[in-house]
Design a binder for this molecule. Sequence first.
Ligand SMILES: CC(C)(COP(=O)(O)OP(=O)(O)OC[C@H]1O[C@@H](n2cnc3c(N)ncnc32)[C@H](O)[C@@H]1OP(=O)(O)O)[C@@H](O)C(=O)NCCC(=O)NCCSC(=O)C[C@H](O)C(=O)O
Ligand code: MG
Length: 288
Amino acid sequence: MTETSLQGVRSLLFAPGDDARKLRSALASAADGVIADLEDAVAPDRKDAARGIVRTEFAAAGTHMRRMVRINGLDTDWGREDLALTRTLDLDAIVVPKATADSISAVGADGVPVIALVETAVGLRQAYEIGLHPRVSALMLGGADLGAELRWKPRSDGLELLFARSSLVVDSAAAGILPPFDVVHLAPRAIDELIDESTFARSIGFGGKACIHPCQAEPVNTAFSPSQSEIDWARAVVAAFDDASARGSGTAVVDGRLVDAPVVRHARSMLSHPGSTNQLPRRSPAAH
Ligand SMILES: CC(C)(COP(=O)(O)OP(=O)(O)OC[C@H]1O[C@@H](n2cnc3c(N)ncnc32)[C@H](O)[C@@H]1OP(=O)(O)O)[C@@H](O)C(=O)NCCC(=O)NCCSC(=O)C[C@H](O)C(=O)O
Ligand SMILES: [Mg+2]
């Protein structure tokens, strides 16, 4: 388990790598990080131009924003040149699409952290192994590619995604990396849907979410930050437990619910990182 500059990151905004205007606006947005995309958002005949545009825009931007590049797969005509470009930029991470255990190994053991985009059936089956690679700091779920492969018919309740989402949360925790980033919501104007989807993803253990439009960053940041009532709950839990411990008891009751060691660990972790739920896994003592 290693500390990483991705700790605390909630929203990651994709912008097409060949669109200087969008890259500039993404770098000035409320997102916690920007992913300049060289893969699916860039047409084949724009791939070379995109590398130059990303280099220029990332060099011109201030340093406050975390910067990432999504490369093309190393089995494509463009992946190797993309990877070479990333070695010349000051990046916080690279994003590897359609990740599998083999494709992550091919990226190499040295360099900036990797976010592995799990968006194929094979990748989903290998997500734990991918998470164990020394460069992988987090997984991200790619719903568009996975949905196309598995022939999903999208549902308003997102039930078709539930197995993939839950697997990624479990595989990330078992591998000792950050909680995963959830799928992009493909309808930028549907903010209420985005909030519901983000709230649900956080409730099952995601640490953040990928975005495709600047207007999605703020709602995603809010959804992946503990609310004031959660902070109040955590304080009450810790106080009640400390009080019980002083009386020689290992349990307390807060708001009519049992509070014991795992509940207190959860509460203490929330209080030590009040700005974001995206923190390294809380292991039970027996798991160490
Ligand atoms: C989805 C979009 C194509 C919509 O673009 P557009 O219609 O231009 O949006 P607006 O008219 O609402 O734009 C208003 C202004 O906001 C700027 N803008 C829009 N999107 C972005 C962005 N992503 N980053 C920065 N700035 C953005 C516009 O330029 C307008 O500004 P101005 O011109 O000054 O008025 C568009 O949002 C978009 O291109 N999104 C990103 C697409 C992308 O990167 N896709 C790849 C990643 S998603 C993915 O691949 C998922 C995964 O792999 C999977 O399989 O699931
Ligand atoms: Mg994809």
